[in-house]
Write a protein that binds this ligand. Sequence first.
Ligand SMILES: NC(=O)C1=CN([C@@H]2O[C@H](COP(=O)(O)OP(=O)(O)OC[C@H]3O[C@@H](n4cnc5c(N)ncnc54)[C@H](OP(=O)(O)O)[C@@H]3O)[C@@H](O)[C@H]2O)C=CC1
Ligand SMILES: O=C1O[C@H](COP(=O)(O)O)[C@@H](O)[C@H](O)[C@H]1O
Length: 493
Amino acid sequence: MSEVNSNATTIILFGATGDLARRKLYPALYSLYKKKNNFAVIGVARRDYDHEVFRQNVYESLKNHSNPENDAEDFIKRFYYYPLDVKDTKAYDGLKELADQLNDQFDLQGNRMFYLSLAPEFFAPVTLNLKQAGLTTNTGWKRLVIEKPFGRDLESAAELNNSIHEVFEESEIYRIDHYLGKEMVQNIQVIRFANPIFEGIWNNRYISNIQITSSETLGVGERASYYDHTGALMDMIQNHMLQMVALTAMEPPSRFVTEDIRDEKVKVLRSIRPLTDSTVANSVVRGQYTRGTMPNGDVVKGYREEENIKEQSMTDTFVAAKLHIDNFRWAGVPFYIRTGKRMTAKSTEIVVQFKDAPKRPYFNNFNDLQPNLLVIHVQPDEGLSLKLNAKKFSTGGGSIPITMNFSNSNNDDGSSAYERLIQDCIHGDSTNFTRWDEVALSWQFVDYIAEAWKERNIPLDRYEAGTMGPASAHELLAKDGHHWWPLTKTTEK
Ligand SMILES: NC(=O)C1=CN([C@@H]2O[C@H](COP(=O)(O)OP(=O)(O)OC[C@H]3O[C@@H](n4cnc5c(N)ncnc54)[C@H](OP(=O)(O)O)[C@@H]3O)[C@@H](O)[C@H]2O)C=CC1
Ligand SMILES: O=C1O[C@H](COP(=O)(O)O)[C@@H](O)[C@H](O)[C@H]1O
């Protein structure tokens, strides 16, 4: 959606031996290679690999997370390895030499993508070191792809932002939120704005409430050192969940171009009613899983028993919250959001619950009317369903719920979100990346909650692994006369 660009590029990938690179980025790059993108990759990390060992690792990653064909041999020949400790400023000179050499060898037109798949404390120093070594004065375009989390709160995010702005313009910064690369998240705007039957009723006259769930069955896994000082609020709510809220609630942009779309998301984030100390207690639930049995029968440890987790850890592995968007369209419509680890199922769904039809006098005999629900199935099994009421197919009275379903039947493991986003970055399209003001407003909202949790001694509600969170998360809706709709498409993974 931005300027026309040359698509060739050198991708300098920091964190090339890490979990994200292995599980998501190499399969994504393989798909992009198959689509005839011209790139070479320099993998950077401390490990003492050479090019050949690195290539074998990339190949292994394809075997585990993709489907390598004969062309995979050619693909891995585009991978080079440069061992470097990111704090070692002098070592960047050699990185520049290698980048210059590959640029000529593969005709990459002076373009550079710097992908920081690193622990967040390295984001700012790496960026400054790149500049100091002259890596950012390349002859083509330069773009910085930066993983999450972008800061730990508004203040640290602003500091990070200032640092990277010393080297990159805002238009060159691609802050990744991989949910924005998901097919059905990208579909929200199309479903809403290309279908007048929905857009016409997408407001507080017809919608009762909106529920957004992103549940996981996995526990903290091997990411304890990151997760135990992050928690679900910063790991999921600050970014993925608020982005889904923004896309569901935003006004149609005046043009479908990057900045107009982002402007509309910003307006939503700005309209979220700020929480105060007392409203945090009533509108936000924080939970932590205890030992329990997963639906497949596995008995799993409680969070505090997990490896490398502090015994008395107060980290939230579950958050549910009620938000109000104080604008004309949404006044009076609660948005309920929840996310957590070790829940009953892996699923991400957006449920739009419409207001009830007037029961009397028209539907006096229909005791079983259900609210209309539009469900956007983000994952698994991407699709859309619409729940309606119909007359019972019999001579008697009464109604039955019927569901109209669309399913994309895609069993993608998540790497195609990264594929879309990396492709967008190569094309210079930052629509599906977060702009600084979106990030800042999201932190502002989350900071209130984190602060209240710290200062006000708000309880941490325990929930058994394998359940849908603590009882308080259900009470959050029950006190408004609502309940969480059961997830319709789920997987155990
Ligand atoms: N894993 C995931 O599912 C997700 C991860 N992310 C984000 O992606 C980023 C990477 O995460 P992940 O891959 O899980 O992390 P890992 O811990 O698995 O990998 C970290 C990488 O950084 C390298 N590294 C660490 N210290 C240095 C150093 N001083 N100098 C050079 N390289 C270093 C490591 O290599 P070596 O040890 O060889 O130096 C490794 O390649 C993080 O920002 C994370 O928040 C975001 C969403 C999901
Ligand atoms: O960003 C993150 O997302 C994953 C969940 O992503 P999904 O695509 O599998 O839904 C989460 O497990 C992780 O903790 C978080 O950092």
